[in-house]
Design a protein around this ligand. Structure first.
Ligand code: RRO
Length: 313
């Protein structure tokens, strides 16, 4: 038998799979579906201080021919107090730890939300989203190294407990180096989630010659299989550079095979976005079984047996 259990931010997950924030997690009934699924954990939709409707539709479109998607949801969410109330009533005797994603539109908003959670003293884990690509006029914080460091300087001491950040994909070795050096300054920054969607792609319908989504003239975040290799590179780059932090791999997981590759690259857990959106939460039973079968076939008993052990030439 293969053991898929793992640990993130000091908490035990019965298996490494959960949803990527944004998919199946804006409302309580969706979070309930995740709880009832074979996922190993769950994370809530990124919250802002006030609730938001998000961008006009169509704002998410699957690209089935390439098992991918484009979205410009624009941070629709119920406002942080909704997720704080959910976290307060969450049953922490459940084997699935609860992760809560926060994506304030300013450091001041992130500070207020974090203070709200700290005051409640809950055993959930905070994941600060530094990488939403879809709010018009708001660049991704993760691409501004100085702003990211000053945000961490404000938030990390308030959170005190282990927490994580959701990162955009980086595409240059110098950016991996600079970002990792910043992250390594913060001891309670326990994990990095790599990657958010590849920002500002453009999908066009060949017949109608029209952009597929409405917001931002059709520009939106790319997810699914088309971002797998960018995701693996980011997971591995930070796994190598941040030895005291865990990496959560996200991007391009459609089956147990891509999850296996994420762990080989260094991931301790794996989140699934596009494929979960398309297949629904029953997906978790399938990918778990597929990864177990791969591990048995290769003779691996636990994730530690192959985590980060990608060979290079
Ligand atoms: O809501 C969104 O448009 C969104 C967010 Br906050 C994010 O972090 N990543 C993404 O692809 N979409």
């Amino acid at each position: 038998m293969a053991n898929l259990s793992t640990n993130i931010a000091g908490l035990h997950l019965p298996n490494l799979f959960f949803n990527a924030s944004g998919v199946c997690c804006q409302h309580e009934h969706e979070l309930k579906q995740l709880l009832e699924s074979d996922s190993g954990s769950l994370i809530t939709k990124s919250a802002t201080y006030e609730m938001r409707e998000g961008n006009p539709s169509p704002r998410y479109v699957p690209l089935p021919a390439i098992q991918s998607s484009i979205n410009s949801m624009g941070l629709p969410n119920e406002g942080y107090e909704y997720y704080l109330a959910y976290a307060k009533k969450y049953d922490y005797s459940n084997p699935k730890p609860l992760f809560v994603s926060l994506s304030g539109l300013s450091v001041a908003d992130n500070k207020k939300m974090v203070e709200g959670f700290v005051a409640a003293n809950l055993p959930c884990v905070l994941e600060i989203n530094f990488s939403c690509p879809n709010v018009p006029g708001k660049p991704q914080l993760g691409y501004d190294m100085e702003a990211m460091e000053s945000a961490l300087n404000v938030l990390a001491p308030i959170i005190k407990k282990p927490f994580g950040i959701k990162l955009p994909p980086y595409f240059d070795i110098a950016h991996f180096d600079t970002a990792a050096a910043i992250f390594n300054k913060f001891d309670n920054l326990a994990y990095l989630t790599c990657i958010n969607s590849v920002g500002n792609g453009l999908a066009i319908d060949f017949e109608t010659e029209t952009a597929l989504i409405k917001p931002k003239d059709g520009f939106g975040g790319l997810g699914g299989l088309m971002v797998l290799n960018t995701a693996l590179a980011n997971v591995n780059a930070f796994y190598r550079r941040c030895p005291n932090k865990k990496i959560i791999g996200v991007g391009g997981v459609t089956s147990g095979k891509e999850a296996f590759l994420h762990v080989l690259a260094g991931a301790s857990a794996v989140q699934i976005g596009t494929q979960l959106k398309e297949e629904g939460p029953k997906l978790f039973s399938r990918v778990k079984k597929e990864l177990e079968d791969i591990m048995v076939a290769k003779g691996y008993k636990s994730l530690e047996d192959f985590r980060g052990k990608v060979k290079t030439l």
